[in-house]
Design a protein around this ligand. Sequence first.
Ligand code: 13P
Length: 283
Amino acid sequence: MPVVPTKQILDRAFAGGYGVAAINVINDLSMEAVLAAAEELHAPVILQTSVKHVKMTGLDAMYAMWLAYTKDVRVPVALHLDHCPERDVISACLAKGWNSVLFDASKLSVEENQRQCIEVVAEARRYGADVEGEIEGFKRTEEMTGDEAQHVQSLETVVEFVRTTGVDVFAPAIGNAHGTYKTAPTLDAQRVSDIVAATGKPVALHGGTGMSAEQFSDLIGRGCAKVNISTALKIAFMKSGFEFMTEHPGDYDPPKLFAAQRTAVMEMARYHIRLFGSEGKAW
Ligand code: 13P
C-alpha cells in the first residue's frame, strides 16, 4: 500500500478507534527512520513537515526525498504540511503533491480564517488533498504558566467552522501545547467528545510529546484519530547525536553517528505507534 490520502488513513482510524501517529520529520534521516518503523510494525503513519523545514530543505528537495523513500513502501502513508499560515506555501505544497495541509489562520479572526479556509479546501480538493483546520492556536509549553485559561471558541463556533469550511479534521485547543510540558497537562477531554459528537469528524491532537499513556488512550477513544508528535523526534535525534559523540570522542565518521540517530528515531516512532494502537493496522 503506497501513499494514500490523509483522510483515508484518518477515517479508518476514527472508525476503528485507534490513533495514527503524525510525526514531524526534519530531514532525510528522520523521514526514512519513521517510515522504517511504520513498515516494521505494519502501521499506517502520517509524516508532517513544518513550514520552517520545508523552506530550509527546499520544497522540491523535500518532496523528492518523500518520493524516493515511499516508492516501495508497504504501509499506507501520507505527507502533511503542519501549521501553515502562508497561503503561497500551502499552494506550492498542494501543487507538488502533499496529501494534506493544516491551514493555520488562528491569528486571524474566526470569520477571516473561515473565509480563507473555504478557499484552501477548494484548492486542496483540486489535487485530491485534505485539510486540517484550527481556530484557536496552540501555545508553546514555555509560555504556559500552568494556571492560565486557554482561549477557546464555543462549540457552536467550532461546528459552524467545520461545517462551513468542510475541513476533514479539526484541531481544538484542550489545554495542550507544543514542546516539553513542565508538569503533566490538564486536558479538557470532554471537549473532544463534544466536538466529535457535534461534527462527526476526527480530531487532531496537538502537543503529543509528554502526554501520558492514559491521556492518549482516553483521547483516542474519544475521537483523536490524528496524534501529533514533533518534540519527541527532535529530542531523540539530538540526544542520540550528543550521546554518540560523548561516548565516542574523536570519532568523526558521520555514518556511525547517523546510525545511532536512526536507531533512536525508530525507537521513538515505534513507541508512539504502539501506544496509539495502530500497530498491525496497515491494509
Ligand atoms: P509536540 O512538539 O508537543 O509533540 O507537538 C507536535 C504538534 O502538535 C505538531 O503540530
